[in-house]
Design a protein around this ligand. Sequence first.
Ligand SMILES: C[S@@+](CC[C@H](N)C(=O)[O-])C[C@H]1O[C@@H](n2cnc3c(N)ncnc32)[C@H](O)[C@@H]1O
Length: 251
Amino acid sequence: MNRLNHSEAGKFYEWLGPNPVAKSGIRPGGLALTQRLMEVASLPSGSRILDVGCGSGVTLDYLRQKHPDFQAFGIDKSSKLLSLAKTVHYVDDIVNADVGFLPLRDSSFDGVISECCLSVISYSKVFLEELFRVLRPDGKLLLTDVYLRNDSGAENHVELAQGCCLSGAIGQPEIVDRLAGCGFRIIYWEDYSQLLKDFAVRWILENGSMKEFWNLMSNGQTATSCLSDWIQETRPGYYLLVAQKNISETN
Ligand SMILES: C[S@@+](CC[C@H](N)C(=O)[O-])C[C@H]1O[C@@H](n2cnc3c(N)ncnc32)[C@H](O)[C@@H]1O
């Protein structure tokens, strides 16, 4: 297996993108979870959707095939993953941009979907405000991501590489607070923690063991025993949520 230079944690996803374990998305759940998210969000026909942190374009390809009535666009800061999106999934409506500075008009989308990206960017306020800005009033935010089922051990995050999903994972109450602070009201939440375990099993079957995964997630700095203590304490899980841009609360 190729070793990754640990100097930039963001490269982890570029490394993972072409790995067979990520063929249905660089995250747990694959397209079955995307399908569930779309069912729950129930966006109207003709909706304009933005996939934030679209990675290798798996979801955009899915949307094009299963929801041809939608107009779907993607943004990601990794040009490597976007070129994978173009060459493997033949996805074109993608822009190389940072979530913090979306080159998009206010209120121009009915839905923003983001799968396993908000944890990567640590639910930063400036990023959430950008998602709020590009959504139309009453537009929907569709998320799946890693969270901590017990967030009391979250201080130990310093042990993890910045810019990976586990380092930015927070507990459910904090997710609710941060979204509410930026004007989003959560209308649906489901737990899919089993999918995180399934992802780990697929990883082991594909790559032999979790050793390299943890090495990457911790910049090679943290002993496996410390990581396993942290996992047992914080109990990382996976969620699906739909929130609505709540105009009245921000005015
Ligand atoms: C865990 S991957 C998920 C990719 C994709 N959503 C999927 O389901 O396959 C996280 C993605 O977020 C992107 N990302 C991280 N930080 C970003 C930022 N500041 N702006 C835009 N994209 C970012 C990464 O390049 C990567 O593609």
